[in-house]
Design a protein. Structure first.
Length: 280
């Protein structure tokens, strides 16, 4: 069977489930400051399921609000535009892909890992004085390319999963060997298709290679968060390998052992809170 080219995957992006129009608008406005918040609040409120999930997330203790928010407008007021946009995106993305299409692919484990990485990236970003909202979204979406491949080529992806199990190798190696395209390239393609900002695209594209020129600090945070979440076994997968960690990235965060223990604990607590809402 011939290997796929990235163009094959790109050609099929149109067939993927699309995010609600308002979420697409939020994602493409990620770098804009002059967004009319009341207009957005109105638009989001039309989607009741999305609104309910977003508000549950906003009221979870992970966000530490002292008041209970009951409308998107209130969430925007108390949490700010960036955080609210993040919650809306998280609520939309976690519900938009069909499940159970690919043999051997555990959808629940996938989302557990993604939500864990989002939580951990947010915890790390706070310590680094880096934008925690960017880090959360990039963490949530870092492996989205896997869903692209699962949704567009389920039989081929099932073969890649089997290949990996037989050889006990890295997932990226299995994807390249069987499909010819890996989840990083597929994720960057989807990020372009969904109009993500360049910052996001870079983090998704370099989370396995944070030492690449121009990878950016967000890729470093996601790289380390991804490894921590594998090590904490948050996804609960039997043969979960901890990917190789870049010493450069690990040291760039400059945290000592005690700080990392805090990060681990905090990640597990936030994961429980956030996943209870997103995976309900």
């Amino acid at each position: 069977m011939s290997l796929l080219a990235l163009d094959d995957v790109v050609a099929r992006l149109e067939d993927l489930p699309s995010l609600p129009a308002v979420v697409m608008e939020l994602l493409s406005a990620i770098d804009q400051e002059d967004v009319d918040i009341s207009v957005l609040a109105k638009k989001v409120s039309h989607d009741q399921a999305l609104t309910a999930k977003t508000l549950r997330l906003a009221n979870s203790s992970a966000y530490g609000l002292q008041v209970k928010v009951t409308t998107i407008q209130q969430a925007l007021t108390f949490l700010g535009f960036q955080t609210t946009r993040n919650l809306i995106t998280a609520a939309a993305v976690t519900g938009c892909f069909a499940q159970g299409q690919c043999a051997g692919f555990n959808d629940k484990a996938f989302w557990r890992h993604s939500i864990g990485t989002a939580a951990c990236a947010r915890v790390l970003a706070r310590r680094m004085r880096f934008n925690p909202d960017y880090a959360f979204t990039a963490g949530l979406l870092h492996d989205i390319g896997r869903l692209v491949l699962v949704s567009t080529y389920p039989e081929r992806y099932a073969e890649a999963i089997a290949w990996r199990a037989e050889r006990d190798c890295e997932l990226l190696d299995a994807e390249r060997a069987v499909l010819g395209v890996d989840h990083v390239a597929a994720g960057v393609a989807l990020a372009g298709h969904w109009n993500f900002s360049d910052t996001m695209k870079q983090a998704i594209g370099q989370h396995h290679d944070p030492e690449a020129p121009g990878a950016g600090f967000l890729a470093t945070i996601i790289h380390v968060a991804n490894a921590i979440v594998h090590a904490l076994d948050i996804a609960g997968e039997e043969d979960d390998l901890v990917p190789p960690v870049s010493a450069v990235a690990w040291n760039a965060l400059g945290l000592n052992e005690e700080a990392y223990l805090h990060v681990f604990r905090e990640t597990e607590l936030q994961f429980e809170e956030i996943s209870a809402v997103l995976m309900a």
